[in-house]
Design a protein. Structure first.
Ligand code: SF4
Length: 336
């Protein structure tokens, strides 16, 4: 898909101390993006929908001085951020509730500081291997063309003895990662789903075909790969469509013999997320009926609505069987 171009960029004056910051400004100027030097981002929409859409076309180029990284179970030991939010408009996105009313994108330029914090966490956990998730609050691939920071990060982990990086994406902008020294220390996972889920709910993201093509390129470049099937939804035909998904995936990766990991996440929502989703996507076809769900206590101190036990067991067993029937090299990391 076409690279994301913002409508407007806010520039934190502090970024001008950094090479990456200056290069990002040069690039934005070349693209004729209006630039505002300010530490305050102003987005005035006439309605929640308009504010959301405007925010998703606005970037704030700034710095990230977070010193203590948060845990990121079950996917990795820690999470860190090269950016926050993303250009996608996925209706179910769990970030809906964590990024405020106007989820504009922050792009961080002080990559050396970010890598130093990662190194401290690796050292503190030595001699164990420490894993880091880069996609908990963003899609790092979607914004990579603005800074090149993920590439630097992959090269850093390539040189690291005890650190391992995990990338997750719904975007296909992977060419800059193909000829770099990753040393198998970065694992790429592509988020995939059925035709219905992608077409209905994952707006402004790469298509299924584009994601698989990107996964093939990444696999050919020698990276370990995996897929996240999320959110798994129940709807008419869900069984046929998840079968079709796994069959297509099999046909595209027939010649790939290394381990392919799978992470399986059923659809869930919180009451706050539901409220926000309905203001941003008033005509959403998402199933947000609490009556059909059961409550589960979440790790971030909030109750979430998940499918009732017998349904989630059915999902887990059905998708697990599809994966195991199609791939002898599959490893299912978790279902949640
Ligand atoms: S691409 Fe990922 S982070 Fe972006 S809106 Fe979709 S689910 Fe959320």
């Amino acid at each position: 898909m076409k690279l994301f171009i913002p409508d407007i960029a806010y520039i934190d004056p502090r970024i001008l101390k950094y090479d990456v910051g200056n290069k990002a400004v040069e690039q934005l100027e070349k693209l004729n993006i209006p630039i505002v030097k300010s530490r305050k981002v102003l987005i005035e929409g006439k309605s929640p929908v308009e504010s959301y859409v405007k925010a998703k076309k606005t970037i704030y180029v700034t710095v990230n001085f977070q010193k203590k990284l948060r845990s990121c179970k079950p996917s990795a030991d820690y999470q860190f951020a090269l950016s926050s939010s993303c250009p996608g408009h996925c209706e179910y996105c769990y970030l809906q509730t964590t990024q405020g009313e106007k989820p504009f994108m922050k792009v961080f330029v002080n990559i050396d500081d970010i890598l130093n914090v990662i190194q401290e966490h690796i050292d503190n956990n030595s001699p164990n291997i420490t894993t880091f998730e880069s996609g908990s609050i963003t899609d790092p691939v979607a914004l990579e063309h603005l800074t090149g920071n993920l590439k630097k990060c992959i090269e850093f982990f390539g040189r690291s003895e005890k650190g391992r990086l995990r990338v997750i994406t719904k975007y296909d902008n992977v060419d800059s990662f193909l000829n770099i020294k990753h040393n198998n220390h970065t694992k790429f996972r592509f988020s995939i789903n059925t035709r219905y889920v992608i077409n209905k709910f994952e707006h402004v993201t790469s298509s299924f075909e584009e994601r698989i093509e990107a996964a093939r390129k990444i696999a050919n470049a020698g990276y370990p790969i995996g897929f996240i099937i999320a959110p798994i939804m129940l709807y008419d035909n869900w069984k046929e469509e998840y079968k079709e998904l796994l069959d297509k995936l099999k046909s595209q990766l027939e010649d790939y013999t290394d381990i392919i990991t799978f992470e399986l996440i059923q659809h869930r929502f919180t009451s706050t997320a539901k409220e926000l989703i309905l203001t941003r996507f008033p005509k959403t076809a998402l199933d947000l009926d609490e009556e059909k769900r059961m409550l589960k206590w979440g790790p971030y101190g909030k109750f979430k609505y998940v499918y009732p036990k017998e349904k989630s067991t059915e999902i887990k067993e059905y998708i697990t069987a599809l994966i195991n029937n199609n791939f002898i090299n599959a490893e299912i990391e978790y279902f949640t």
